[in-house]
Design a protein. Structure first.
Length: 351
């Protein structure tokens, strides 16, 4: 790849002897730290398809895994994540590692001068999240947390309907994200890797609650079913509320359940409901149900590739940082604080 342009290039065009054109920005060169399923299935295809990004290096603790993934995209493969951070052809690092490794490798990437897109949650604890966000600010780097669903067009439609008063004043949210048990060797069952239902699954309805009810939510109570043999929580619920408006959220999550992934937003004059709310395939057309006293309606919304939109948003944030624009990271820290608050408030049911 040719080196990045260092400034505007003077180009003489027909009809103008002194036209100055700025060349288009170079695609953001992405290094991928690990071959996790989410990387191979969603994010690497999105990085490769976007005109704003280009996967240039894939790293793994296994050289064979790195090579197999890199061959698909015609990029370099390296063994080990330190080798990735040393590469001059990497502008930004995508971190899809187990949660317990996020803080360590995010910090190393930032100190190596790389922007970072980390899988959710960014870290397991709010103090670590705050520290890393501060480090990114100090170095003028972008640090983003990869909640894909917040970029889905369905949520733009929902916010527009709420703003238009279609369901009146928002009163309550009920939301769930639950999955059946995983194989016994799944990393979600490993306490040493910060496994457990809250960090892997419960974070989705928590992020949804802030998205739909606003940033002032407080945790008023929680229950966690704790597997004493494995040392992780298998499921739970949380009650949150806005101290000003009184709007509340009742959230259920877990990995010992039938599959659910939906929510209902209740207002003073109606309600909105959406299923397959967190990780729909790119071709899925969501059905938004609107209920009011005068009847109900189901709107089939356009399909939307939320991974593609998330990649574009990250690339735009990096370009903005190059112009001195500081991205708002308040939602990232607020999310981490809510997770901590659920832990503090939780009544543990030991099983």
């Amino acid at each position: 790849m040719s080196p990045a342009p260092t400034g505007p290039t003077n180009v003489v065009s027909p009809g103008s002897a002194n036209t100055v054109r700025t060349p288009p920005p170079r695609a953001l060169r992405i290094g991928v730290a690990g071959c996790a399923d989410i990387a191979l299935r969603r994010m690497l295809p999105a990085f490769a398809a976007s005109p704003h990004t280009e996967p240039t290096v894939i790293a793994s603790r296994s050289a064979d895994k790195a090579r197999a993934a890199a061959e698909v995209y015609g990029c370099a493969a390296v063994e080990g994540y330190d080798a990735l951070l040393e590469r001059p052809d990497v502008d930004a690092v995508y971190v899809p590692l187990p949660i317990a490794l996020h803080a360590r490798w995010t910090e190393r990437a930032l100190r190596a001068g790389k922007h970072v897109l980390a899988e959710k949650p960014l870290t397991a604890r709010a103090a670590d999240t705050a520290r890393l966000l501060g480090l990114a600010r100090e170095r003028g780097l972008v640090l983003a947390e990869n909640y894909l669903f917040v970029h889905h067009g369905a949520y733009t439609a929902v916010r527009d309907l709420v703003a238009a008063g279609v369901i009146g004043d928002v009163r309550a949210l009920s939301a769930s994200f639950t999955i059946p048990p995983r194989p016994v060797d799944d990393i979600r069952y490993r306490a040493d890797l910060d496994g457990g239902a809250l960090l892997d699954i419960g974070v989705y309805p928590l992020r949804l609650a802030s998205l739909l009810l606003g940033p002032e939510l407080r945790v008023h109570g929680a229950v966690l079913r704790h597997d004493t043999a494995r040392g992780v929580d298998l499921g739970g619920s949380a009650l949150l509320g806005d101290p000003v408006t009184g709007a509340s959220a009742q959230l259920v999550f877990g990995m010992e359940h039938a599959y659910t992934a939906g929510w209902r937003l209740l207002g003073s004059e109606g309600s909105l409901a959406l299923d397959r709310a967190y990780s729909p395939p790119a071709g899925h057309r969501p059905t938004l149900r609107i209920e009011r006293a005068d009847g109900s309606e189901e709107r089939v919304l356009p399909a939307h590739d939320q991974a593609s939109t998330a990649v574009t948003a990250f690339a735009e944030a990096v370009r903005g940082a190059g112009r001195g624009h500081v991205a708002d990271t308040t939602p990232v820290l607020r999310q981490a604080e809510l997770v901590d608050a659920v832990r503090r408030a939780a009544h543990l049911v030991k099983i």
